[in-house]
Design a protein around this ligand. Structure first.
Ligand code: TRP
Length: 476
């Protein structure tokens, strides 16, 4: 099997492919709404600290694990220590649960794209008086009306996941990779332009202050947990993807600088998305009238495009096309991961596996689609289905996988094995500080800092969920 294993042509190929997986709905849809929900600036600060410390160490470790073993997630852990194969399985379960609800949101993006293309922009920005917690308020209603419909969102969900399955069925050939090399740079330019435009909206500076200036009174364990979950999600960590990608990486590629570039790409897009989404809210209303949550991007951006006048039709359509594209490249690699896990595990053919994964995702996705509308009142731990799946994967399973991965590397195979792997391809051009960061800090991070922090955060958030924090004299 190892002879047939393909590999990325070089560093650029690797970085682009990894960034293509990382940049998706997580950056444009998820990051802004979490930032809005968790206090703006304080969330941004915690997120950045996590990306630069823990995220860096974990991504480096995952890629190195893959390159060292030449295997994907289940095989990699198994090869290094038979007793730890369960960790590979646990990590593999995460994309199975993410794919369905990811496709529901992908469906929403399809709907917006087609609405803009068919000249329906004014509808997307319709406002109406709606009863909120503090009285009647003028709020955008297009999104809530759309998701309240029991049938229509299901149709778009089916379209999105059908498209994804089709590509996976035919195999991810050069096509997707080539197209993403063209589309990703356009996405950056467009994101940059819309972000700059948002800066000049009236009242945007209040939004910018909220987004950039941390308010430490908003700091809590939930902020850190949410930021950490987002970091895993956005960087495609703690689910074995980077292990698989690492296994396709050539030995002469510089691992450290690849990680840096992927992080810059991913965080840059998320940062700009925050500006594009949060600023208009302050310009056209406030955070209470446009409730932060999964609908945030869908409510906020149409207001910006409408404000642009005629050009808005065009820019809006182009924007949603690119978001759709970013979402599709991510969902294709999510499904590809799930399909290859099933194929390896059960020895089925590609067609059969695609069919099975398609049906499972469809079944798991339906509650997430209905949960924003007709099944709104049905909640688990106070969350609708989509939010619940999102919470389970990002705030429970991924921290657990990350914790166990740290323990595995720190105490079973030892950090030295990762450090050695990362040194290959570096040509010895590392200064004293680089060495310190790459070795001493990495060791401390993986062995002690990260595991202790994850345990504390998990503990706090569980206590928070069950309202136990008051008994230990803390309130969040
Ligand atoms: N990182 C992707 C995003 O930001 C989502 C994602 C999570 C993903 N895990 C993945 C994509 C695995 C591809 C493969 O949207």
């Amino acid at each position: 099997m190892s002879e047939k294993r393909g590999s990325f042509s070089g560093k650029l190929g690797f970085v682009m492919a990894a960034a293509g997986s990382a940049v998706g709905l997580g950056n444009i849809w998820r990051f802004p709404y979490l930032a809005a929900e968790h206090g703006g600036g304080i969330f941004l600060l915690v997120y950045l600290i996590l990306v630069l410390t823990f995220g860096y160490a974990l991504m480096k470790a995952e890629i190195a694990l893959g390159r060292k073993t030449g295997l994907s997630v289940i095989g990699a852990f198994k090869k290094l220590d038979q007793r730890w194969s369960f960790l590979g399985l646990l990590a593999a379960l995460v994309p199975v649960l993410i794919l369905p609800y990811y496709s529901v949101i992908g469906g929403w993006v399809c709907k917006y794209f087609f609405t803009f293309v068919s000249g329906g922009m004014p509808q997307t920005a319709e406002m109406a008086m709606v009863m909120t917690n503090d009285g009647l308020k003028e709020t955008p209603v297009f999104f809530s009306n759309f998701t309240a419909d029991p049938i229509e969102p299901l149709g778009w969900f089916l379209l999105f996941i059908g498209l994804t399955a089709l590509v996976v069925l035919f195999g991810v050939d050069k096509g997707v990779e080539k197209v993403s090399k063209i589309m990703m740079p356009i996405l950056i330019v467009l994101a940059l332009s819309i972000a700059v435009y948002s800066l000049f909206l009236p009242g945007a500076m209040d939004g910018l202050a909220y987004y950039l200036i941390p308010d430490f009174s908003q700091f809590s364990a939930t902020t850190v947990l949410a930021a950490m979950g987002q970091m895993f999600y956005s960087m495609s960590l703690a689910m074995g993807i980077m292990i698989t990608y690492g296994s396709y990486m050539k030995k002469d590629v510089n691992l450290e600088s690849s990680v840096k570039q992927i992080e810059m790409f991913d965080t840059g897009i998320a940062f700009m998305a925050g500006i594009m989404v949060i600023l208009p809210i302050f310009s056209f209303g406030n955070l209470e009238t446009i409730s932060p949550g999964p609908g945030l991007m869908f409510n906020a951006l149409p207001l910006v495009f409408n404000n642009m006048g005629v050009a808005g039709h065009f820019i809006g359509a182009l924007f949603f096309l690119l978001v759709l594209f970013a979402a599709l490249t991510s969902s294709i690699s999510l499904m590809e991961t799930v399909v290859s896990i099933f194929m390896d595990k059960f020895g089925w053919g590609r067609k059969l596996t695609c069919g099975v994964v398609f049906v499972i995702s469809l079944v798991l996705g339906v509650p997430s689609s209905l949960g924003n509308g007709v099944w709104k009142d049905f909640t688990i731990l106070g969350m609708d289905f989509l939010t619940f799946f999102d919470f389970m994967t990002n705030s429970v399973m991924m921290p657990l996988v990350a914790l166990l991965t740290c323990v595995f590397i720190g105490f079973i195979i030892k950090p030295e094995s990762i450090i050695e792997e990362a040194r290959i391809g570096q040509n010895g051009k590392v200064g004293a500080f680089g060495r310190f960061r790459q070795e001493t800090m990495f060791r401390a991070m993986i062995k002690y800092i990260a595991p202790v922090c994850i345990v504390l955060i998990l503990l706090f958030s569980v206590m928070d969920a069950f309202n136990l924090l008051q008994y230990v004299g803390l309130s969040v």
